[in-house]
Ligand binder design. Sequence first.
Ligand code: PEP
Ligand code: MN
Length: 337
Amino acid sequence: MIVVMKQEASEGDVEHMVQRIESLGLKAHVIVGTERTVIAAVGDDRKTHKESLESGPGVASVMPILAPYKVASLELKREPTMIRAGSLSLGNGAVGVIAGPCSVETEEQLIKTAEAVKKAGATALRGGAFKPRTSPYSFQGLKEEGLRLLAAARDATGLAIVTEVVATEDVDLVARYADVLQVGARNMQNYRLLEAVGKTDRPVLLKRGPSATIDELLLAAEYILDAGNPNVMLCERGIRTFETHTRFTLPLATVVYLHSKTHLPVVVDPSHGTGHTYLVPKMAAASVAAGADGLIMEVHPDPENALSDGYQSMTFEQFDDTMRECRKVAEALGRKM
Ligand code: PEP
Ligand code: MN
């Protein structure tokens, strides 16, 4: 349920309602908006009558939240959520660009890439240190050494670091080095991992599972929000369909749909979404045209010899050209990139 407070409600009124909600066995999430404060009362509310909250001090109205996801819903919070993590600003008109290699391989590879993507206009550096690979025989990442190299690249360029955490037991370690925690497609429904990243103070980039519905993506985000972390970015990275010409099928209607249902920002990954470098630049520009709040793209100094995902990674020059195209689209639509 949503408890909408009156404009003149005091902090004491809000605190009173939080306690009242908790005494009913529900969790209270306070959202202070520009016009009004609302409190989400979430949990099993089958036995709670809305009348029992309506008479509280400073309460304007009480409404059910119809969507299955509650804290993520636009019904609860109308203002778009903005993400700020070091150099990365994303959402509410600012298009953030996260770029870098699929995997961290060497110091030289990473620093060179960080410098090149920064020069081209990227606002954050990506790079996997813990890699979730389809085959156990593929390169699994440099692990903590990779995290150290990412931190060195941040020191060298000032770029915020986005990197994946694949297991609950690694969350504290990865959060010590990273500015943004990425939860990968394969882990979208790893609920213990979602709760663990929800307990950190790091923004989370949550990637859509290749066979997950949009509601499942939003409910996965809800786990992170419910654990207390309000800074979640949703990432469309392509889904599995009968089509085999592209690695995955990249549905850009997801961006528009999500913006009609949630205040959370939406990022598109045209690298994994297509699986072919030549398809990435146009799909990146199309994502911006569809209203994406951010892009995450793979860039490598020598894609042919990359240890992972070289076939979908751009060279520095291709990335620079892509950024130019995307910027034109963003500017035409009155957005900053
Ligand atoms: C990645 O970003 O390198 C990655 C593994 O992505 P996904 O989880 O979308 O497959
Ligand atoms: Mn990859």
